[in-house]
Design a protein around this ligand. Structure first.
Ligand SMILES: N[C@@H](CCC[C@H](N)C(=O)O)C(=O)O
Length: 282
């Protein structure tokens, strides 16, 4: 028997997900739903599926689970966390403007900037970047330094940064779709990344901002990646290309990133938007 499930489609600078309130709908097989619903021709169309729940520990208010378009579950999603802040506040599910969100990468605090009843933008405390997670990056000597991976007979230099989920940031002048589609999937599946990886292709621009395009683990090229923007800002700072704050410009828009010296946390600020709502049979 099929179930009728209410959903909300939202995006954070073009990184679009289907949001379901899991206190109202119990999706038994979210991996399968993510694959079917993400399909841009036969489904709703998205980069993946996000389940919002109520936290059952006193340290957190709500929960987030995130599934990529291929059904794989990720630990964290920057753009989705901002969308959840807007969803919870504007739907009246919380009056708080500082929300503690429990994710598979720990508790993230969302600070909402509100005008009247509208959330204008959200700053997320994304926590500390991790540079030596051996479950995610097999080169345990790298520790924030640029390292070389050989792909298609070419040496690729990049920096591994985990924001809960694994990222490999490459500074290059070549941000073409052809290049990203060629190197992205090979790097995602490289044996140096036991849990696969998100791959960022980035370039410092004349005004000091960073242009970044991304190949996301489990979803391919997307218009933006919040954790990827944080990883890119950290990699740029570690390799002395920028200071501790950066504007990251992606296909879908910009995020402001600050890697705070005092607490070593990365703070991400940007917008979130509703697209449409509906019901789907599953
Ligand atoms: N788009 C997200 C990250 C989503 C998960 C990622 N593809 C992974 O598998 O780690 C973001 O905005 O951070």
């Amino acid at each position: 028997m099929t179930q009728e499930i209410g959903f909300t489609k939202m995006h954070g600078i073009g990184n679009d997900y289907i949001y379901v309130d899991s206190t109202l709908y119990n999706i038994k097989n979210p991996e399968k739903a993510a694959i079917a619903w993400s399909d841009r021709h036969k489904g709703i169309g998205s980069d993946g599926l996000v389940l919002i729940g109520k936290a059952d520990i006193p340290e957190a208010d709500f929960t987030m689970r995130i599934f990529n378009a291929d059904g794989s579950e990720a630990m964290m999603c920057g753009n989705a966390s901002r969308c959840i802040g807007k969803y919870l506040f504007e739907k009246g599910l919380t009056k708080k403007t500082s929300i503690r969100l429990l994710t598979a990468a720990g508790i993230k605090v969302l600070n909402l900037t509100v005008e009247g009843k509208v959330v204008k933008n959200v700053t997320v405390d994304m926590g500390e970047p991790v540079l030596d997670n051996e479950r995610q990056f097999a080169n345990t000597d790298a520790n924030g330094k640029e390292t070389t991976l050989k792909i298609s007979e070419k040496n690729i230099f990049g920096t591994f940064v985990s924001m809960g989920n694994p990222h490999f940031v490459i500074f290059t002048d070549d941000l073409t779709t052809d290049s990203i589609e060629h190197y992205g999937p090979q790097l995602e599946h490289d044996s140096m990344f036991p849990e696969r990886a998100n791959i960022e292709f980035a370039k410092i621009q004349e005004d000091g901002s960073i242009r970044m395009r991304v190949w996301e683990r489990g979803s391919g090229i997307t218009m933006a990646c919040g954790t990827g923007a944080c990883a890119t800002a950290v990699a740029a700072c570690l390799t002395k290309r920028t200071g501790r704050t950066a504007t990251i410009s992606m296909d879908g828009g910009e995020l402001q990133i600050c890697w705070n010296k005092e607490d070593n946390h990365v703070y991400m600020t940007g917008g979130a938007e509703f697209v449409f709502e509906g019901y789907i049979h599953f």
